[in-house]
Design a protein around this ligand. Structure first.
Ligand SMILES: *Cc1c(COP(=O)(O)O)cnc(C)c1O
Length: 344
């Protein structure tokens, strides 16, 4: 199968499995797992924070971040299509009693500064207390410009808001910004605009499980309590942390290959008249059916592709994600199946 549904579908490489087997272990609930501690120190330092916490999932990482920034009855400003708002079961509201204030995205994925400012509520008993600005980078594969991050961050600070980045695909953004240079420096450049950053190891980086939440020592102490409460206190988690460390050693710079494959895929899709393709900035390609094509064709397309050994998703739009378990041959096979379906 050529699985383009998500960059989460990757299997650990043989070298990653070896690193997992070799990992020194302890009980991380006692803080005793050396592999977890090494990973936490490394990601914190690498992104310019005092501390970090290894998390089972990005969802739990974001939840613990929001709950560490906000109290019951507080509010956070967030994009209408942001993962924390739309794709995490409403956890901030359900479990954190934190009210989201969703804002529309501009075409580049940003939230307009004027919208942010207009939605910061006055200190008045009618309103929830606006406490936090939450951004996402990449958002749907789009890289938010660093100049924008600086402006949004300054605006939030001026109003006393904390700033959280859902950086599930932070390293995809960093590799794009670095243009072949130092991806870690580019990642720090993004992270410096935030009080906390969550990063996923189980997306393009290819680890089987895991995210990290980074922030100040005091913030991470609060998040640690929420993580325990959420059931995220793991024991010999070093096997998983070792996979994440291996990913940081070997799978960061290669994200550029995924981005090149996404461009190859998009270039092929553009040759199909029935599709309207959005030029990808990183590893996610979105396409829509051209206006003259009946909408029902989308679900027919997905099952046809499956019959040809190609998996994609079409929840809102057709989406194809490249990752370390697909290569140029796989992309070309997917394109051949798409051309066959559309007789293009
Ligand atoms: C995948 C993802 C997460 C977290 O997902 P988990 O499946 O819980 O690890 C958070 N934010 C974004 C933007 C994501 O893409």
């Amino acid at each position: 199968m050529i699985d383009l549904r998500s960059d989460t579908v990757t299997r650990p490489t043989a070298a990653m499995r070896e690193a997992m087997l070799a990992a020194p272990l302890g009980d991380d609930v006692f803080g005793d797992d050396p592999s977890v501690n090494t990973l936490q120190e490394r990601i914190a330092q690498g992104l310019g924070f005092e501390a970090a916490l290894f998390m089972p999932t990005g969802t739990q990482s974001n939840l613990c971040a929001l709950m560490s920034h906000c109290l019951r009855g507080d509010e956070y400003l967030v994009g209408q299509f942001a993962h924390t708002y739309r794709w995490e079961g409403g956890g901030a509201a359900v479990l954190g009693s934190i009210q989201p204030q969703p804002l529309p995205h501009q075409s580049d994925g940003t939230l307009a500064l004027a919208d942010i400012e207009a939605n910061i509520k006055p200190d008045d008993a009618h309103f929830a207390r606006t406490r936090l600005l939450c951004l996402e980078n990449t958002l749907g594969g789009k890289v938010l410009p660093n100049t924008y991050l600086a402006q949004a961050s300054a605006l939030a600070s001026r109003h006393g808001l904390a700033r959280h980045l859902d950086g599930a695909r932070l390293f995809n953004a960093a590799v794009v910004n670095a243009q072949g240079g130092d991806a870690w420096a580019a990642a720090r450049e993004i992270a410096q605009h935030f009080d906390s950053v969550s990063v996923c190891f189980s997306k393009g980086l290819g680890a089987p499980v895991g995210s990290a939440l980074c922030g100040s020592r005091d913030f991470i102490r609060r998040a640690h309590r929420w993580r325990k409460m959420a059931g995220g206190g793991m024991r010999q988690a070093g096997m998983l942390a070792a996979a994440a460390s291996h990913a940081l050693d070997h799978h960061v710079n290669r994200l550029a290959d995924d981005h090149a494959l996404a461009r190859r895929l998009a270039a092929g899709l553009e040759q199909i008249p029935a599709l309207r393709v959005e030029a990808p900035q990183s590893n996610i390609v979105f396409a829509d059916l051209a206006p003259q094509v009946p909408a029902a064709r989308a679900s027919e397309l997905l099952s046809f592709l499956k019959s040809r050994g190609v998996l994609a998703t079409g929840l809102y739009r057709l989406r194809f994600v490249t990752h370390l378990d697909v290569d140029a041959q796989g992309v070309d096979l997917a394109l051949a199946a798409l051309r066959e379906f559309f007789n293009a």
